[in-house]
Design a protein around this ligand. Sequence first.
Ligand SMILES: [Zn+2]
Length: 176
Amino acid sequence: MKPDPEAIVNECFPNVEAKIARAGGSMLCGWQLWEWPHVLVEAEFHAVWLSPEGEMVDITPKPHGETRILFVPDERRRYDGMVVDNVRMPLRDDQVIRHFIRVSEAIVRVMNRGERASQYGHVSVPAHEIEPLLQVQNLLGQSLGLGLRDHDPCLCRSGGKYKRCHGRRLELMFGL
Ligand SMILES: [Zn+2]
């Protein structure tokens, strides 16, 4: 990794395009892998810069200042201006993790509905469409952060187990 002084956090595609315009080289697309230990692995569509000498350089700064990433090049994929959602794989069989993944996918779908799909950076989405999903994602993210599983008491403090409380509601919401 060698974050470029002019590169913007998370905006790998515009960053690499700008770098090519300044210094030549080309764009290599692939997957940047993030692990949330015991919870999930997330593969994020990502571009690095191939220098004119053929060196692979990740010029995009990371949100939390990480200095190393795992990057898997994927020669079949090209950046076409459209948002590509992350691929998320659960690391154990648990309803809380499955629901977290489902709601995260739903959020990306809402954020990228229609013409929003080709907008990078800040997109404005009506609050009533996105807020309920963000609240659920937040509840589930906190639950997973605390190590809660589907047979543990639901974080909403209803007193019921997750699978009988929010778990059941979300099963209905996602049509499972
Ligand atoms: Zn609940």
